[in-house]
Structures are given as C-alpha cells and as structure tokens.
Design a protein around this ligand. Structure first.
Ligand SMILES: Cc1cc2nc3c(=O)[nH]c(=O)nc-3n(C[C@H](O)[C@H](O)[C@H](O)COP(=O)(O)O)c2cc1C
Length: 164
C-alpha cells in the first residue's frame, strides 16, 4: 500500500527570484524523491504551490513533515491524504509545471473559506485532472522552454520541463 497526499500552499519566495529558486528546489527534490521511492508532481503557479506526492508510508511521512516545515511556503492546506495500491504518477520523481493564470485562480479557490462540500470536492478533482494533463503533455512531447522569472503568471499556459 502507498500513501498519497495532495496539498496547496502559498509561496513565500520573493517574486523576482522565485522561479529560479523553484527550479533549484525541484532539482534537489527529484534526487531526494528518487532515493525515497516517492513520485509526484509539483505546480508552481506564481503565487501558490500544489503538490501531489505518493510513496511508501514511512518515507512519505518523513518527507511531508520536512516539506511542511519549509519556510519557502506557508498556509499549507491538505486536500487529500490517503492510501492506494498503484501510483498515479509512476514515471517521475517530481514532475514540474509553472506559471499559469488559470491554474493560479484555480488553486486560489482553496484559500477561500466558502469553498466547501461538493464544490470543494469538484475543485480537488479538477486540480488532479490538471496534474494528469501536464503529465500527458510531457509524454506527448508538448513542451515549452522553461522561463527564468515568475512574473509571467499572466501567461495562460503551462510551462513544462523535460522529464527527470
Ligand atoms: C513547495 C515545496 C515542495 C517541495 N517538495 C519536495 C519534494 O518533493 N522532495 C524533497 O525532497 N523536497 C521537497 N521540498 C524541499 C523540502 O522542504 C526540504 O527543503 C528538502 O527536502 C531538504 O530538507 P533538509 O534540509 O531537511 O534535508 C519542497 C519544498 C517546497 C517549498
């Protein structure tokens, strides 16, 4: 059995250098996740993070505790935390996709106290669907070059990095 979790959080990095710092963070995280047999996907929308992680119970718990303590983000809201047999994102230790206004708005909803019940459930499903969409786009070779700044959240598209 594998544990998986999905959370959203707000970015605390300075706007001008956030994108570069996130690329750096992802490079380190990929190596570490591979060692822990954790896979998943991270979205950095410019304002928010959304991350799905899955792996062996103990490893995931240790990693998630570390992530929760990380000062580079805050207001962590766990949307899903459960167990499953098979991986949702088996091919990458950490897939990454960046700035999108659409995704930014979508993640922003989770910080609105009014989002509850069925509506919240639907929004969680849509977020997962976006994450699957970026996986498929990478698999199809629909990649765009990475950007070096994060002020481009007006760019209404996913920026996809090459596979790990
Ligand atoms: C949004 C976000 C997502 C992160 N995701 C991962 C991850 O998937 N794997 C990982 O090893 N570290 C991740 N980190 C970094 C960890 O929080 C931590 O800095 C790193 O694991 C090194 O921890 P240590 O300094 O205690 O060894 C993430 C950080 C942030 C802010």
């Amino acid at each position: 059995m594998l544990r998986f979790c999905l959370y959203v959080s707000t970015c605390r990095l300075a706007r001008g250098s956030a994108m570069e710092e996130v690329y750096h963070l992802v490079a380190g995280a990929r190596a570490s996740n591979r060692r822990l047999s954790v896979s998943g996907t991270l979205i950095f929308s410019g304002t928010y993070f959304a991350q799905y992680l899955e792996g062996p119970e103990e490893n995931l718990s240790l990693l998630f505790q570390r992530i929760c303590r990380d000062p580079r983000h805050g207001q962590i809201r766990v949307l899903l935390d459960s167990r499953r047999e098979r991986r949702e994102f088996p091919r990458r230790s950490l897939q990454f996709s960046g700035p999108s206004m659409f995704v930014d708005r979508h993640i922003g909803q989770f910080f609105d106290e009014d989002l509850q019940g069925q509506q919240r459930k639907l929004a969680v499903g849509q977020l997962l669907q976006m994450m699957r969409g970026t996986t498929q786009a990478i698999a199809d070779g629909r990649r765009l070059p990475p950007r070096s700044n994060c002020s481009g959240s007006e760019v209404d598209q996913f920026l996809l990095e090459s596979p790990a």
